[in-house]
Design a protein around this ligand. Structure first.
Ligand code: HEC
Length: 436
C-alpha cells in the first residue's frame, strides 16, 4: 500500500517536473512553434489563399516574428469571431493562452530555429477533394477577371444545373481556385428560376429570394457535411447562385472557384429548418454609437440546434444570441463582440443540443454609427436604414434546427409564418372599415 502510494507520488513529481522543464527550456521553431503555426496558421497562409504571405518555413515565420507575436497576442490572428465559452463550434480557430505564450517567448528569445530534424513537415495545400470523388462539380462558365486594384467586388454568378432529377446535397466542398483574390463565398439554391442575368453585382443579399442556402466558404474552411440525416434539396433544373466577395491583390487575376457536391441517395429522413430572428425596421441616426436591434421567438416544439448564422453589414459591432428554457435557465447560442463583415461565417456546433418546446430564443445586435467606428462606410456618419446595399444595414440571426419529431415540422413552420406576418403586418395590413 505504502509502496504503491510512493510510486504514484514519484510519478506525479516526475510529470510536474517535466512540465516545468518544458516551460523553461529554450523554445525553438522546430520543436515548439512549427506545430502551432502548421495547425493554426498555414491552413490560410498557404499557396492560393487570399493572404498577404505564406507561413510555411522557418524563414517565412522568423522574418515576421515580432509582427506575428503582436497579431497573436491581440487575437487578431487567427481570425475567429465568437467569444470562447458562448457556444463551441466546428473549426474553432483561436489559440490557447499556452500557445500564445509559446510564440511570445520564442520571439522574445530571438526566434531560434533549433534542430530542423525536430520540425514536422509543412502542410501541403490540399489538392484532392477531402471527401473523395464528388457526385458533381460546378464551375463558372469561364474564370471571372478581377482587376489589380480598386474597391472590393461583390458579385453573384448563376450556375445552371442539369442533374436529370431532384437531388439532395449531404455534403459539399468549395475551392477558391488558384487565385488569392476570393475572400468569401455564399452559396444559394434558386429553384424558382428567378429572372436573373448570368452574373450581376450583389452585396447583402443575392438579389432574389433563395429556395435554400447551401452554406458558405471562408478561407481555411474544410468540406462541410450536413447534420446527420439531413440534406439540402436541389430541385431538378434549379440553379446554384454563388455570391463571391473579391479583394483585389495588386495584380490582375482570374478567379476560378469550384463547388463539389455529394448527394444523399434520396430525400432525407430529417428536416433542417431555419429559425430567423432579425428585423428590417432599422433606422440608425448619425452619431448613435449604440443602436440596438432585438427580436425573439418562442419555439413551439422540441428542436435540436445544429448551427447558427449571423448577418449584418459594417456598422454592427456586437451580436448576441441566447435561449431561455422553459425552466428559466439561460443558454448562450453565440456572442461576437467585434463583428467584421469580412469574416462572416456559418457556425456549426460541435455538439448539437436540444431545446425543449416553449424555449424562447433572443437576439440583440448593437450598431455603431459614430465617426469613431473605423468601419463606418459614411464619414461623416449618415442616417442608415435597412437595405441590401453596402451602406445600408441588415440584422439577421439564423438558428439552424431539426425538429425532434418529424411530425412537428408543420407546427414550427406555421409559428414562423405567424412571426413573419406580424413583422410585416404594420406595412401591409389595412384595418377593416369600422361597422356603422
Ligand atoms: C482563416 C484564415 C487565416 C488564419 C487561420 C490565419 N490567418 Fe493571418 N491573415 C489572414 C488574412 C486573410 C490576412 C490578410 C487580411 C487581414 O489582415 O485581415 C491575414 C493577415 C495576417 C498578418 C498581417 C497582419 C497585418 O497587420 O497586416 C499576419 C502577421 C498574420 N496574418 C499572421 C497569422 C498567424 C501567425 C496565424 C496563426 C496563428 C494566422 N495569421 C492565421 C488569414 C488567416
Amino acid at each position: 500500500m505504502i509502496l504503491r502510494r510512493a510510486v504514484v507520488l514519484l510519478g506525479v513529481l516526475l510529470s510536474v517536473s517535466s512540465l516545468y522543464a518544458a516551460q523553461h527550456r529554450e523554445v525553438t521553431w522546430s520543436r515548439d512553434v512549427a506545430p502551432i503555426v502548421y495547425r493554426h496558421c498555414s491552413v490560410c497562409h498557404n499557396v492560393g489563399q487570399p493572404v498577404p504571405f505564406v507561413l510555411l518555413t522557418y524563414q517565412d515565420v522568423s522574418r515576421r516574428a515580432s509582427q506575428i507575436a503582436r497579431v497573436v497576442a491581440t487575437r487578431y490572428m487567427p481570425p475567429w469571431k465568437p467569444i470562447a465559452g458562448y457556444g463551441h463550434f466546428i473549426g474553432e480557430k483561436s489559440l490557447s493562452a499556452a500557445e500564445i505564450s509559446v510564440i511570445s517567448r520564442w520571439v522574445a528569445n530571438g526566434s531560434p530555429e533549433g534542430d530542423p530534424r525536430d520540425a514536422p513537415a509543412p502542410p501541403q495545400p490540399p489538392s484532392e477533394w477531402q471527401l473523395g470523388a464528388p457526385d458533381a462539380v460546378l464551375r463558372l462558365p469561364e474564370p471571372a477577371p478581377v482587376s489589380a486594384d480598386g474597391p472590393d467586388i461583390y458579385r453573384c454568378f448563376v450556375i445552371p444545373t442539369s442533374f436529370g432529377r431532384d437531388r439532395y446535397v449531404r455534403a459539399f466542398e468549395f475551392k477558391p481556385g488558384a487565385a488569392g483574390v476570393l475572400h468569401h463565398a455564399l452559396l444559394f439554391v434558386d429553384a424558382q428560376r428567378a429572372e436573373l442575368p448570368s452574373q450581376y453585382d450583389c452585396f447583402g443579399t443575392p438579389g432574389f429570394l433563395p429556395t435554400a442556402g447551401l452554406g458558405g466558404w471562408t478561407p481555411g474552411m474544410h468540406a462541410v457535411s450536413m447534420p446527420a440525416g439531413t440534406a439540402i434539396h436541389i430541385a431538378n433544373g434549379a440553379r446554384i447562385v454563388l455570391q463571391l466577395h473579391f479583394h483585389p491583390t495588386g495584380k490582375a487575376e482570374a478567379a476560378d472557384p469550384a463547388l463539389a457536391l455529394y448527394f444523399a441517395p434520396g430525400p432525407p429522413p430529417r428536416a433542417l429548418m431555419d429559425i430567423a430572428l432579425g428585423s428590417n425596421h432599422i433606422d440608425i441616426p448619425p452619431g448613435d454609437a449604440s443602436y440596438k436591434v432585438r427580436d425573439e421567438f418562442e419555439i413551439p416544439v422540441p428542436v435540436e440546434v445544429t448551427g447558427i448564422i449571423p448577418h449584418a453589414h459594417y456598422l454592427c459591432k456586437d451580436m448576441k444570441g441566447w435561449a431561455i428554457l422553459p425552466d428559466g435557465h439561460k443558454r448562450w447560442l453565440l456572442w461576437i463582440k467585434d463583428w467584421d463583415f469580412n469574416w462572416q461565417e456559418q457556425y456549426r456546433y460541435t455538439q448539437p443540443f436540444t431545446l425543449p418546446a416553449g424555449t424562447r430564443v433572443f437576439m440583440e445586435f448593437t450598431y455603431d454609427n459614430s465617426a469613431a467606428n473605423i468601419r463606418n462606410p459614411n464619414q461623416p456618419p449618415q442616417r442608415v436604414s435597412w437595405g441590401a446595399g453596402s451602406t445600408d444595414e441588415m440584422a439577421g440571426l439564423h438558428i439552424q434546427v431539426i425538429p425532434r419529431n418529424a411530425a412537428d415540422m408543420h407546427e414550427l413552420g406555421m409559428a414562423e409564418w405567424g412571426k413573419f406576418m406580424r413583422s410585416v403586418g404594420g406595412r401591409f395590413y389595412t384595418p377593416p372599415p369600422k361597422p356603422e
